[in-house]
Structure formats: structure tokens, C-alpha cells
Design a protein around this ligand. Structure first.
Ligand code: NDP
Length: 329
């Protein structure tokens, strides 16, 4: 038997809540690899899954959340993995429709795993987690389309995606401007390599003109909404925005003008259904390009019992950097 943070739905109120329960491997969903989970994290989607109504993501209760985890293979029916291998998992709707990493063991499809890249341990892999993996995918997408001269803007900079994107871009030699609604995180963002801090209020007003001064050589956007609309009109000619998230809203109240008159590219980034080769490439870039001391500066340690509160905090935009959950603590 092992510990799992089980989310159960109260039939009377229709609301869900999470408590630690003891379960057995035979209760885990079908899959060909059993992983002894070591670390997991808190991403925005985890906050949604832990919320009383499941955030529109959880279909069936009881449920075990945790959209990513890293650990050691305990047993495998797939030739690609054997007991003792270190693995990491992101995406494939694990933690949403399939039980995830908020337990000391998980059973998943071998296709969803990747071997832990050389240079990262399981704790560091989850300090990166889905948010950091997505930040790397965003940087790679910007590189594919060419990062222009001038600062690269990162929105939602003090959050998970934003913190890792800031550190990677700065380490690659780009000037980074971080947008934050929390002025007190300015020193933290500078320690990750940001050279300019932009106050959220400056960018989250509705657009008045479809184009403003050409300012940003690229952008990783975790916020969406009016901020993204505004940023599109401030991009340099031919520059790209990697659209990652919607922490500030799903609507996009813009016009076609930045696309027509400035050749701006809006690149959608999906980390969930990423083919194996893409995932391996992104993880090896993370191991190579993300400075580990900067990663450490983002980490807030936690245990399984801290997760319900942290899930609520992340939905309020109150988590700074990356939470690393030691499931065995
Ligand atoms: P976090 O909560 O850690 O970060 C989001 C940040 O956005 C906050 O820290 C805050 O930054 C800012 N923010 C929050 N609310 C608002 C608001 N109303 N207006 C403006 N800014 C706001 O979440 P993650 O970094 O883990 O995820 C960010 C987004 O990316 C989420 O929408 C998530 O679902 C999405 N995502 C998408 C993935 C994909 O595959 N496309 C994968 C991973 C995440 P600050 O305090 O600095 O202003």
C-alpha cells in the first residue's frame, strides 16, 4: 500500500475535495509501466483539477491529479524501460483523465514517458516540470521563427512558465523584459536574468491603437487576454509571440493589423500531445541551457498534504516560481 492524494466528490454538494489515502497498485489505472514517483509539481492545470468543480478537466471521481512526475521505473511490460530506469512524464492528459503523479506510485503507458536526460536528477526535472518544459518549447518555437533584436518579453514572469522562460532566454544571451503584477518579485526576476521589469498595469489595458512602437524582439506569453492583444501591436517587424497560456483570460480582443502590417507570428504552444522525439529534444535542451543555480532559486519545496492549498494559490496567481513536491516526505 502507498500514499495517494485522492480527490473524491461529495454526491450531495457535487463538490470535490482531496485527502491522503492508502491504496494498492491493483487500484491504479491500466498501463504498461509502474513508476515509483519521487517528485511531482503544481502547475496551473493541477490547480484546476484540485478545485471543487474540477476546473472542467476532471471527468471521473475518485481522481488522482498531478499532470507531471519524475521517478524510477518499478516494473515494465514494455521493452523500452526496465526496473531502475529514471523517467519523467509530462502531458498526455495524465493527471486529468488518467491518474497522475500525486501518489507514491503511478501506472502509465510507456509511450508517455521519456528517459530522464543526462545532467538532471528527478528533483530538478520536476523543478522544471510541465511549466518549464513548455517554456523550453516556447523558446524553441521562437528560435525556429527567428528572435529579432531587442528585448524578449515574458508575461506572467514570476509564475512557473514565466520564471523558466526568463532564465533560459537570459542564459542564451537575450535581453529579457519580465511583465509582472507583483512588483515585489522584481529582484527575483532580475536574479533569473531579467534586465527590465514591466508592470502588469502598463500592458493589461484594452488596445487603443492596433499598432504601437515596435518594441519586442519576441515574446513568451503565459497570460493571453487583453495583455496578449496589446503585446501583438508592440512586436518588432516579423517577430513572434509564443502563446502558452491564459492566466489572464481566453478572449483575444485584437485586430488583424499586427499580422498584416508587421508580419507578426502568433505561435500556439501545446505541451500535452507532444511526440516522443520533440519531448526528448526539449528535455535535452533544458539540461543544456537552463542554469541549475537559477532553477534552484525558483524552487519552493512541498509535500502531498500541501497540495490542496497550493492548488488554490496557483489559480489566484499567488505561486512564485516552481513548487517541487516530494511525495515521500
Ligand atoms: P502560474 O500561475 O505559475 O503563472 C501564471 C502567472 O501569470 C502568474 O504568476 C502571474 O504572474 C500572471 N497572472 C495571473 N493572473 C493574471 C491576470 N489576471 N492578468 C495578468 N497576469 C496574470 O501558472 P503557470 O506558469 O504554470 O501557467 C501559466 C499559463 O500557461 C496557464 O494558463 C497554464 O494553463 C498555461 N500552460 C499551458 C501549457 C501548454 O501546453 N500550452 C503548459 C503549461 C501551462 P505575475 O505575478 O508575474 O504577474
Amino acid at each position: 500500500m502507498f500514499n495517494a492524494l485522492m480527490i473524491n466528490k461529495d454526491e450531495e454538494s457535487g463538490l470535490a475535495s482531496a485527502t491522503i489515502e492508502q491504496i494498492g497498485v491493483d487500484q491504479l489505472p491500466a498501463g504498461d509501466v509502474v513508476v515509483a514517483v519521487e517528485y511531482t509539481t503544481v502547475n496551473y492545470k493541477d490547480g484546476l483539477c484540485l478545485s471543487p468543480k474540477g476546473g472542467g478537466l476532471v471527468r471521473n471521481y475518485p481522481h488522482i491529479g498531478g499532470i507531471d512526475f519524475a521517478g524510477t521505473v518499478e516494473s515494465s511490460e514494455d521493452a523500452r524501460y526496465k526496473a531502475g530506469d529514471k523517467v519523467v512524464l509530462t502531458g498526455w492528459r495524465v493527471g486529468e483523465v488518467h491518474w497522475g503523479g500525486y501518489a507514491q506510485k503511478a501506472r502509465v503507458k510507456a509511450d508517455w514517458l521519456v528517459p530522464l536526460p543526462a545532467g538532471l536528477d528527478t528533483r530538478q526535472a520536476m523543478a522544471v516540470g510541465t511549466a518549464g518544459f513548455t517554456a523550453m518549447l516556447s523558446v524553441m518555437a521562437l528560435e525556429d521563427h527567428g528572435i529579432k533584436d531587442g528585448p524578449v518579453l515574458v508575461t506572467g514572469a514570476a509564475g512557473g512558465v514565466g520564471s523558466v522562460a526568463t532564465a533560459i532566454l537570459a542564459a542564451l544571451g537575450h535581453e529579457v523584459a519580465g511583465v509582472t503584477g507583483r512588483p515585489e518579485t522584481g529582484d527575483y526576476l532580475k536574479s533569473l536574468g531579467a534586465t527590465q521589469i514591466v508592470a502588469r498595469e502598463e500592458l493589461n489595458e484594452a488596445i487603443k491603437r492596433p499598432m504601437e512602437a515596435e518594441t519586442w524582439g519576441g515574446c513568451v506569453d503565459a497570460v493571453g487576454g487583453e495583455m496578449l492583444a496589446r503585446v501583438l501591436g508592440q512586436m518588432k517587424y516579423g517577430a513572434s509571440v509564443a502563446s502558452v497560456g491564459l492566466a489572464g483570460g481566453a478572449a483575444l480582443p485584437t485586430t488583424v493589423i499586427p499580422f498584416l502590417l508587421r508580419g507578426v507570428n502568433l505561435l500556439g504552444i501545446d505541451s500535452v500531445m507532444r511526440p516522443y522525439d520533440d519531448r526528448v529534444r526539449a528535455w535535452s535542451r533544458i539540461a543544456k541551457d537552463l542554469p541549475m543555480d537559477k532553477l534552484e532559486a525558483m524552487v519552493q519545496p512541498a509535500t502531498l498534504s500541501d497540495l490542496p492549498k497550493l492548488g488554490a494559490d496557483i489559480l489566484k496567481g499567488q505561486v512564485k516560481g516552481r513548487v517541487v513536491v516530494d511525495v515521500n516526505a
